[in-house]
Design a protein around this ligand. Structure first.
Ligand code: NAD
Length: 507
């Protein structure tokens, strides 16, 4: 479903506000940095999110002459401005707030009744974003990357091996010439038909700047966006209801992970309705009303102060000139080969717009590194779907990589599973977080680790070991004899590998 916010042709259309004087600065920068017509870049990258800016930096490290074109004056894309970074900043506040609720148990007294200064929470989040925007500006200068402010579009196939990209900014047009072009235009939140985002109907953008945590929040969709915001706002005292169309929360995860998340969410007072078909979202005098059919086919109504629509993200490929090329597009997503090249020679696609690639910042950045390695003629490894970790920053966190148990069985593996609960891990006791487990899915024949699924404390950090092990094709036996420091949460991995052979020490 194409969205209305496809292009940012002017500052007023950006998903965040410019500070005073910034627009003028940007125009000045654009005026000084638009290169001479005769300069031909090795690569022009359209889109300055994690995929695009990583490709730009790595390209420069390879010695390529790089131009990075972005409609926004502030590099960083969705991830930095209205995605990963601000969301996880809020999550940290939520964690501190949750700990403070138990201050007396931790022997901390005399702090009175904690109060939430929401303005300060938002200020801190915005400062973190601003700091990283500055960091990116520094990196662009350090690597001598030409950052070009404007909206980029392909003009067609290369002529004499040189591509031309149109760049428009505030009504003015210029052209960039490059031997290769990388599309990294990202994605944006889908809305349900007939809905427009505002101060009550929210997407990931609006919810990050709401004036105060709402008394009640209905969330449509239990993917990463839905469950993360549900978890965060529940910590701040909001009554949260999550409506999910599929039969379980976080449907892309292993089924046991979904079950455990549902159990803990229930315990935390988060209401969930799976198998729910949302029919209508209406505004009422004071909030919103959602009509849906529940899993038993019964019509239901949920009223809330605000609703978050978290039903997936649409690729931004509608207005970047792909139709003038041989690029193949499938439901808006760009098809690429293993080096991220499209069907148009010399044009690559990376990040959220790529067909079959999970829409994650780290898939984007790695696909960018692969594309520029290919362009520079350097060695690389293609991005492998089953080696991309998924991290969901809920309480408890989820970290996973590889095949779920069901997928491994479907693929015909003889599966052997090991599961270790955080209840048996001493560091989990120390950090007061016993929910969840580590689950290893392995191949019975050779002991190959096919998938690792973690729900529990710091799961998004602990999963890094599993990714490295799988990349190096480690086996259960090798990992059973790999020393893990004590006491750590990572030690739960050692027990989980051993659990595959029925030999966990601590359970
Ligand atoms: P998603 O596709 O991951 O999940 C959307 C969910 O909404 C699905 O479970 C779907 O079944 C459900 N849904 C769709 N239409 C519905 C309807 N009408 N009624 C009820 N449920 C409906 O999308 P998302 O959560 O919006 O996230 C978008 C992308 O961004 C995803 O790829 C996600 O992984 C990524 N993301 C990742 C992180 C992270 O890695 N921590 C955080 C946020 C977003």
């Amino acid at each position: 479903m194409p969205s209305k916010r496809v292009r940012f042709n002017s500052a007023s259309e950006l998903p965040f506000k410019l500070e005073r004087g910034e627009a003028a600065l940007v125009r000045k920068r654009a005026a000084t940095e638009v290169p001479l017509a005769e300069s031909i870049y090795d690569v022009a990258i359209i889109g300055g999110g994690p995929a695009g800016y990583t490709a730009a930096i790595r390209g420069a490290e390879y010695g390529l002459k790089v131009a990075l074109i972005d409609a926004s004056p502030k590099l960083g894309g969705t991830c930095l401005h209205v995605g990963c970074i601000p969301t996880k900043a809020l999550l940290f506040n939520a964690e501190i707030w949750d700990h403070l609720k138990h201050a007396a148990e931790y022997g901390i007294t005399g702090i009175g009744t904690p109060a939430l200064d929401w303005a300060a929470v938002l200020k801190r989040k915005n400062a973190i974003v601003a700091r990283h925007v500055k960091g990116l500006e520094f990196l662009m200068k350090k690597h001598k990357i030409a950052v070009i402010a404007g909206y980029g579009r392909l003009t067609g196939p290369a002529k004499g091996g040189v591509h031309t990209v149109d760049v428009s900014q505030d009504g003015a047009n210029s052209q960039i010439k490059a031997k290769n072009v990388i599309l990294a235009t990202g994605s944006e939140a889908r809305l349900l038909p007939g809905l427009e985002a505002d101060d009550r109907i929210l997407t990931n953008i609006e919810i990050l700047d709401i004036a105060a945590p709402p008394k009640s929040l209905a969330i449509i969709g239990a993917g990463a966006v839905g469950v993360e915001f549900g978890s965060i706002f529940r910590s701040f005292g909001t009554e949260v209801t999550i409506l999910e169309f599929l039969p379980r929360l976080v449907p892309v995860e292993d089924e046991e992970i979904s079950k455990e998340l549902a159990r803990v969410f229930r315990k935390r007072g988060i209401e969930t309705s799976t198998g729910a078909r949302v029919e209508k979202v209406e505004k009422t005098a004071t909030g919103v009303k959602i009509s849906f059919t529940d899993a038993n086919g019964k019509p239901q109504v949920k009223e809330a102060e605000k609703v978050l629509v978290a039903v997936g993200r649409a690729p931004r490929t509608a207005n970047v000139g792909v139709e003038k090329t041989r690029i193949e597009v499938e439901r808006g997503f760009v098809k690429v080969n293993e080096v991220q090249e499209t069907a148009e020679p010399g044009v690559y696609a990376i990040g959220d717009i790529v067909a079959g690639l999970p829409q994650l910042a780290h898939s984007g950045s790695m696909s960018g590194m692969v594309a520029v390695a290919k362009i520079a003629g350097r060695p690389f490894r293609p991005v492998r779907r089953e080696r991309i970790p998924g991290c969901t920053y809920t309480e408890p966190q989820i970290g996973s990589v590889g095949l779920t148990e069901a997928q491994a069985r479907e693929k015909g593996y003889e599966v052997k599973v090991g599961k270790f609960p955080f209840a048996g891990n001493s560091k989990a006791s120390i950090v007061d977080s016993h929910d969840g487990f580590v689950k290893i899915v392995s191949d019975a024949k050779y002991g190959e680790i096919l998938g690792v699924h973690i729900i529990g404390p710091q799961a998004t950090e602990v999963i890094a070991e599993a990714v490295a092990v799988m990349e190096l094709e480690g086996t259960v036996e090798e990992m059973m004899f790999t020393v893990h420091a004590h006491p750590t949460l990572a030690e739960s991995m050692l027990d989980a590998y051993a659990a595959v052979e029925g030999m966990a020490i601590n359970a």
